[in-house]
Design a protein around this ligand. Structure first.
Ligand code: COA
Length: 142
């Protein structure tokens, strides 16, 4: 299997949303075309996709705000798992963020998701459990 990783464009947004559903990522209130296209307009190159034979099989958001690089929405199609796709996406995200100047990276990981935690524990990233996340949103559950 040859995997190509590239920056997503608005023409990928619908397929990315379908992948998030198929991969059973933890849904958020902004899983819609408008929000994905807003991300692409705000930070082109921040949404990376993995393709195998022209089919979208993985995604990751690597956002840079000038202070810290942040990773969200790592997802791989169920049929393509345990083949290193997520690892390749994370390495490409690291390259992007570091090339933009980010020296500190963080990943937003659902702590009671065994797959997600197992992946990140194997990634070589340092696990921190002494911080809590506080959120504020104008959408329920956001
Ligand atoms: C978590 C997820 C992204 C991993 O994708 P993947 O492409 O299968 O991961 P990789 O093949 O790169 O795995 C690299 C290593 O991570 C660990 N790992 C990955 N999935 C694992 C699992 N289900 N159980 C245990 N270890 C796992 C293993 O050490 C694996 O190496 P190995 O296959 O040689 O044993 C994928 O399972 C997924 O999309 N899950 C649903 C969405 C999700 O939880 N996303 C994470 C949000 S942070």
């Amino acid at each position: 299997m040859t995997i190509e990783i590239r920056a997503a464009t608005p023409s990928d947004s619908a397929a990315v949303l379908a992948l998030w559903l198929e991969a059973e990522t933890h849904p958020t209130a902004t899983d819609d075309l408008e929000s994905v296209n807003q991300l692409l307009a705000h930070d082109p190159g921040s949404l990376l996709v993995a393709e195998s034979d022209g089919t979208l099989v993985g995604s990751i958001i690597a956002g840079w705000d000038g202070w810290r690089g942040s990773i969200y929405r790592l997802a791989v199609s169920p049929s393509e798992r345990r083949r290193g796709v997520a690892g390749a996406l994370v390495r490409e995200a690291e390259r992007r963020l570091q090339s933009l100047g980010a020296r500190r990276l963080q990943a937003n990981v659902v702590s009671d998701d065994p797959q997600a935690v197992a992946f990140w524990r194997s990634s070589g990233w340092e696990e921190q459990d002494h911080r809590k996340r506080f959120v504020q949103s104008d959408v329920p559950g956001g």
